[in-house]
Design a protein around this ligand. Sequence first.
Ligand SMILES: CC(C)(COP(=O)(O)OP(=O)(O)OC[C@H]1O[C@@H](n2cnc3c(N)ncnc32)[C@H](O)[C@@H]1OP(=O)(O)O)[C@@H](O)C(=O)NCCC(=O)NCCS
Length: 179
Amino acid sequence: MKTSEMDDAVIQKYRPMEGKPVSFSRAEMTEVVLPNDTNVLGNVLGGRVMHLIDIACAIAAHRHSNSYVVTASVDYLDFRSPIRVGELIILKSSVNRVFNTSMEVGVKVFSENVLTGERRHTSSAYLTFVAIDENREARKIAPLILETAEDRRRFREAGERRKIRLAHRYKRRPQHRKA
Ligand SMILES: CC(C)(COP(=O)(O)OP(=O)(O)OC[C@H]1O[C@@H](n2cnc3c(N)ncnc32)[C@H](O)[C@@H]1OP(=O)(O)O)[C@@H](O)C(=O)NCCC(=O)NCCS
């Protein structure tokens, strides 16, 4: 079987509303940090990293849900060490938990020095995506199949984070209430 036929076979195996394992939608993105992405010190801009985080997580969310998705929230994000111009930036994302119409996706960001091979973990983040149908309404997402102890740990922890996140979420004022 050719590679493209094998890929088709894997994709065909999982229908949109059937459960899919975490490994099915896991994504990895690698880019080289170019001068245009950096500040005057030659370090990558935080906003550039945030953009890549959003994209890397959205890929996993799209793959899992076979749907349009919007970013509903981004949890706390810190930048542990700078990523320098000329280094690689590597982002690994996977779906941690599906709720109903939303899912939490986790991402780890690494820098890699191409001359020494040294790799550093520079950021982690948790993003929530909502699946959207053709009418721009939130739609139900297929369940996540947990295969490993790591999958189960992330699933459990995502439940704890959701409680905190929803407690802090922006709440719309009812339409009839005056400002
Ligand atoms: C995210 C969005 C769809 C939620 O719409 P809403 O009508 O307030 O949402 P609902 O109360 O119906 O909830 C829909 C789902 O979103 C989740 N959700 C809503 N706000 C959330 C938040 N701040 N953090 C995490 N999840 C959130 C809800 O828990 C629910 O998930 P569930 O079905 O799995 O329980 C809406 O606020 C939106 O479209 N925001 C803009 C998204 C966007 O454009 N992002 C790109 C950057 S601007």
